[in-house]
Design a protein around this ligand. Sequence first.
Ligand code: NAI
Length: 286
Amino acid sequence: KGKRAFIAGVADDNGYGWAIAKSLAAAGAEILLGTWVPALNIFETSLRRGKFDESRVLPDGSLMEITKVYPLDAVFDTPEDVPEDIKANKRYAGSSNWTIKEVAACVKQDFGSIDILVHSLANGPEVTKPLLETSRKGYLAAISASSYSYVSLLKHFLPIVNPGGSSISLTYIASERIIPGYGGGMSSAKAALESDTKVLAFEAGRKHKVRVNTISAGPLRSRAAKAIGFIDMMIDYSLENAPFQKELSADEVGNTAAFLASPLASAITGAVIYVDNGLNAMGVGV
Ligand code: NAI
């Protein structure tokens, strides 16, 4: 029987979420997406108009099918958490049921269960500021959107993840090594995400027989990464210094996610898996 995946954090065809969707689709999974509410309209319009058709092509020549796209804002858990200004915002008012709890309920109602949960989203409003210049508000916003969003997503979806299922998030080495420029509390948010991966692996493993892992990915020129402002430098640095001197393709991260979601990875849980051409293993630049 084919597996069903819910991938949170896809709003174009340039990021890791899209590549993960493709790898899972190529392996036979049914694809459901969660798309940030303000980005939903343009994403769905582009999909409908065939703007992504070239990047929908799978290795067998067929096009990836997306069964359903759900609006999602992962900084809100329930409708009671949504402040008035967001409720009144034009871009939000056109959609409904986009808090995490509601999305999980909608997926349950539409499909009953899933097998694979992917969290491929992050946001840090002060990411361009050094940590010493980051406000409390900015720091907490980074943690809310990039770390707690995963705890909440897993909490609300776990009851509908089939036993034997798998959950995956995306992290970055700035959690454990100094990467100047990855600021605003984003490095802290990734450290929390990696630590939570271990605790959640324990809780979800014991309670639901679900595995929880995170992929520490190398630099990719995604929309989110371009907003940070130093992505080209990070790609060049990796090209110069990593054991494998090639540009990292999003598909390589997608394929790792497909492996982690498969029975081939049945004993892997609580792990940080590096998909970065080996850059993490270097001690000095050469
Ligand atoms: P992306 O721009 O494709 O994905 C980020 C997504 O998060 C976007 O679709 C955005 O709409 C969504 N998002 C932001 N706030 C949201 C919210 N409150 N609710 C729901 N969705 C929200 O960029 P990318 O780089 O593929 O990011 C995916 C993951 O990969 C992130 O966790 C990122 O930190 C991680 N990563 C990225 C690296 C890179 O160099 N691009 C390196 C290592 C990790």
